[in-house]
Design a protein around this ligand. Structure first.
Ligand code: HPA
Length: 270
């Protein structure tokens, strides 16, 4: 595992001119934030040793190096989902590599269903915290002390300073920003009404099929995390309708410029 991470990091280092301190994982329908990155150098996943290859529609699969505003970033266009069949070590491998490259900040985005009755489709939710309902834990198995401690603290998995900064920026720019708890599930089914209700009862505001594994591994590695969900459909009793992947992508696409503006400004001010 350690050798693989190093091998991949070394490959990336000799491919790009400069390694940034910030990494961004772009979720479903949110790949267009990549278009705002200037001076791009890209590496397709299939060229990167030890990287799994992304398969799901709406995820194109490359690392993009370049500038977001005035800061250099790495963006992952296309992530690896547990439901695709990857194991949790594969899903979170890129985060390990980012850390080995010296990245200290991880920004994560996803599309999610909203259970909070005050949410609307197209809202952006700042993730305050999460509930991990994945059936496999990314840190299960031998712990490598070089990567982090055996029993990592998760009392502030989403960095408070970054969250406050994001809220300030949203206010300043008149962007409506919700916040709440993200429930991470394996998918690939969307929820039944009873499941949405259950996730609401246990304390969730939104539910999705990603993010939690990467955030856990980033915390294990002591990276600072900021994450956003775009609410693409509602799991609110009385408002539940049929949902398709295409509608999720469409709703995410509409909201993404606002989320991009928040992320760009946060990175600018760190
Ligand atoms: N449930 C799970 N994942 C999702 C949803 C949802 O309603 N919307 C977008 N991703």
């Amino acid at each position: 595992m350690l050798e693989k991470i190093q091998e991949t990091a070394n490959y990336i280092k000799q491919k790009v001119s400069e390694i940034p301190a910030y990494a961004i994982i772009l979720g479903t329908g949110l790949g267009e934030l990549a278009a705002e990155i200037t001076d791009q150098e890209t590496i397709p996943y299939e060229n990167i040793p030890n990287f799994p290859v992304s398969t799901v529609e709406g995820h194109s699969g490359k690392l993009i190096f370049g500038k977001l505003g005035s800061k250099r970033v790495i963006a992952m266009q296309g992530r690896f989902h547990f439901y695709e069949g990857y194991d949790m070590k594969q899903v979170t491998f890129p985060v390990r590599v980012f850390k080995a490259l010296g990245v200290e900040y991880l920004f994560v985005s996803n599309a999610a269903g909203g259970m909070n009755g005050s949410f609307d489709v197209g809202d952006i939710m700042l993730i305050d915290d999460h509930i991990n309902l994945f059936p496999e834990h990314p840190l299960r198995g031998k712990n490598f002390n070089e990567l982090g401690t055996r029993f990592p603290d998760m009392s502030e998995a989403y960095n408070k300073e970054l969250r406050l900064l994001a809220m300030d920026i949203a206010k300043e720019k008149n962007i409506k920003l919700q916040h709440g708890v993200y429930v991470g599930t394996q998918g690939p089914t969307f929820e039944t009404p009873a499941e949405y209700n259950y996730f609401r009862i246990i304390g969730g505001d939104a539910v999705g099929m990603s993010t939690v594994p990467e955030v856990i591994v980033a915390n294990h590695a002591k990276m600072k995390v900021l994450a956003f969900s775009i609410i693409t459909d509602l799991g609110v009793i009385g408002k539940i309708v049929e949902v398709t992947h295409e509608e999720v992508q469409e709703a995410a696409k509409i909201a993404q410029p606002k989320m991009a503006e928040i992320i760009r400004t946060v990175v600018e001010r760190i």
